[in-house]
Design a protein around this ligand. Structure first.
Ligand code: HEC
Length: 138
């Protein structure tokens, strides 16, 4: 094998290895912040949650989805995480966007293809706000 051939082979090995490493490394998440979660819940363009839901401590929200006031009394954090990540797992006909999934979505604009709507951090921040003990809700 020529030197150039070796170099090409090495580049291939490295790029394949790097791709694998990236795919295997989960996003690192810092401590969830209810304040960031609150801001995300309120963002009409990025999350849109308040377009469909009432949320405790936030100005009046929409009524396309159930009120999230008192969510902690009827749902575990794990259930809510699953629901927000991909509500289609519970209801295939749901109108709620799948916030942490890129599977089976159509009509996604090119710049957003392959991206989840929320980051893993954003999802945890939102959960930390929704599951604040009600007395502590700002
Ligand atoms: C287009 C409207 C819409 C948007 C936007 C939306 N949801 Fe929903 N959501 C729904 C509907 C409708 C349901 C009821 C269950 C179903 O149809 O899947 C629901 C259910 C839920 C539930 C379960 C409620 C329960 O009573 O158990 C949670 C939690 C939730 N949504 C959180 C969120 C969060 C957080 C966001 C923003 C990141 C969001 N939703 C954005 C429509 C929406």
């Amino acid at each position: 094998m020529t030197v150039l051939g070796l170099a090409r082979l090495w580049a291939l090995v490295c790029s394949a290895g790097w791709g694998w490493a990236v795919a295997q490394t989960p996003e690192t998440i810092s401590v969830a912040s209810p304040d960031r979660g609150k801001a995300l819940l309120l963002q009409r363009q990025d999350s849109g949650c308040v377009l469909c839901h009432q949320v405790q401590g936030l100005p009046a929200g929409g009524a396309l989805g159930p009120s999230l006031v008192g969510l902690a009394d009827r749902s575990s954090k794990e259930q809510a995480r699953e629901r927000i990540a991909d509500a289609r797992r519970f209801n295939p006909q749901t109108i709620m966007p799948a916030y942490f999934s890129t599977e089976g979505l159509n009509k996604v604009a090119n710049p957003y293809k392959g991206q989840t709507i929320l980051t893993a951090q954003g999802l945890e921040d939102i959960l930390s706000y929704l599951f604040l003990p009600s007395k502590a809700t700002p």
